[in-house]
Design a protein around this ligand. Sequence first.
Ligand code: ATP
Length: 335
Amino acid sequence: MKADKSDILTCLRNSEDYVSGQQLCDRLGVSRTAVWKVINQLKEEGYQIESVPSRGYRLVESPADAYSESEIVSRLHTKWAGQRLVFFESTGSTNPDAKGFAEEGAPHGTTVVADRQTAGRGRRGRSWESPAGKSIYFTIVIRPSFAPDKASMITLVMALSVAEAIHEVTGLHTGIKWPNDIVVNGKKVVGILTEMSMTPEMNEIQFLVAGVGVNVNQEGAEAFPEELRKTATSLKMESGQSIDRAKLLARILERFEEDYDVFAQALTLSALKERYETRLVGRNAVVRVLDPAGEYTGISRGVTDTGELIVERETGETVLVYAGEVSVRGLYGYV
Ligand code: ATP
């Protein structure tokens, strides 16, 4: 049997000490030769693996910013999120890929990751700038048992998970611009696009896909097209440090698994709302709601248990803003 690269890397990474060739064979049910071949492949890819006769193998270091299926999987500690993971060097957009796998029966948590997208997408047919080697683009398949009217909350759950994972890994303060963008120092670093597929009878969710784009290691404003320079930034530009994409992605998937399970128990955001609201940008400040039916301003007061933005209009009336067709801005700029 062929030895799986991700399994071997996972064993090496999770072991404090040397792992003997025999232990790897026993754990993975493969031959010594198969193990040896994979170790050599990993070395060729730049992994520093020490081999000591009679003790075994030890992972000394991964190549800088290693970003591949095995690198991501070997860092994951999840039950379902990303347990099946498909990695593309380049693809059009990970959302349609994930939908395709879901149509073919891919299980809950299946995740498509790409190093580059040639047709990255945002909401309402907008595009998402997706250069190679710099960012995280992934889409996770969700197979919920809840009703379609609950689906829009998934975007908020994902926003919370990503915002907290970024904070944990980089130390940066992350804000959430309702419902689906994450900002650092007033500029956008993350976009999230959730899409739903219904059963043929149109009364149940067949699956959801939640796609996430994170600007990670872009080095300066020039890395973005002219029209995005005022509103877009990257984690490296804000923190001054290169960020390990595989580590951050693994942390995002772990956080999302926890937060999703909490949400799926209650089917409201009640247990997550407080954390979401502490990151909500523009809270208790004046916001502009860009509603296609007519733009208006008001004071943002937070979100409801079901994820609508609460806005107090000048007329004194309190309105609940539903995600979907609407964008929200600060009074004078993007946030
Ligand atoms: P908004 O950001 O206007 O509130 P939105 O939430 O609907 O709207 P998304 O669908 O999340 O926006 O993202 C698409 C928009 O994000 C694009 O129209 C563009 O302005 C901007 N954008 C595209 N690529 C990037 C990127 N890599 N980083 C930051 N912003 C980007």
